[in-house]
Design a protein around this ligand. Structure first.
Ligand code: FE2
Length: 147
C-alpha cells in the first residue's frame, strides 16, 4: 500500500500528517512510498507468510483493569500462526492507531512473544489499526472496528 513513511524511523503516517513524527520527533522527514506496508487480501486465502505476519485481534470488552470505567483491551498477536521470535527473525514494533491517528507504539525484542495490548478508555469507538514491523518481511497492516 502507498503511504507516508518517516525516513528516520520508518513510522507510517496513516493520517497523512507529515509535519512531525510521533515516534522519533523528526520534523519534515516523510516521503511517500508505494510499498509502505502490506494489507491482508480478504478475497484470497492467506498463504503461510500472510498467516505469520497479519496482526490478529482479540477484543476484551470487560477487562476491568481500571474498575468502573468501561475500559476495553485490544490484544494483538502476530499473526494467526504465531510469528517466530528469534534474534535473526522477529517482530520489532507494533504500532497502534485509532481512525488513522497514532495512539501508541510498542517496541519488541526476540526475548518476548510477538504480541501487545492496548488499553482503551471506556467509550472509545472507531477503527483500531495496527502496523507491525518484521525485521525481515517489512510492515503489515490490519484493523478492527470497536463499537
Ligand atoms: Fe517475518
Amino acid at each position: 500500500m502507498k503511504g507516508l513513511v518517516c525516513k528516520v524511523c520508518g513510522y507510517v503516517a496513516l493520517d497523512g500528517n507529515k509535519e512531525i513524527c510521533p515516534i522519533c520527533y523528526a520534523k519534515n522527514v516523510f516521503e511517500e512510498r508505494e510499498d509502505a506496508y502490506k494489507m491482508p487480501d480478504f478475497k484470497a486465502p492467506s498463504g503461510e507468510t500472510e498467516k505469520k505476519h497479519i496482526p490478529d485481534f482479540t477484543v476484551v470488552e470487560k477487562c476491568g483493569l481500571i474498575p468502573g470505567t468501561g475500559c476495553v483491551d485490544v490484544h494483538v498477536k502476530i499473526g494467526e500462526v504465531l510469528h517466530p521470535a528469534l534474534s535473526e527473525h522477529h517482530i520489532q514494533e507494533i504500532t497502534f492507531y485509532i481512525d488513522n491517528k497514532f495512539i501508541s507504539n510498542v517496541m519488541l525484542t526476540s526475548s518476548i512473544n510477538p504480541a501487545a495490548v492496548i488499553h482503551l478508555k471506556g467509550g472509545t469507538k472507531g477503527k483500531v489499526q495496527v502496523i507491525e514491523t518484521c525485521n525481515l518481511h517489512g510492515k503489515w497492516f490490519n484493523e478492527i472496528e470497536i463499537k
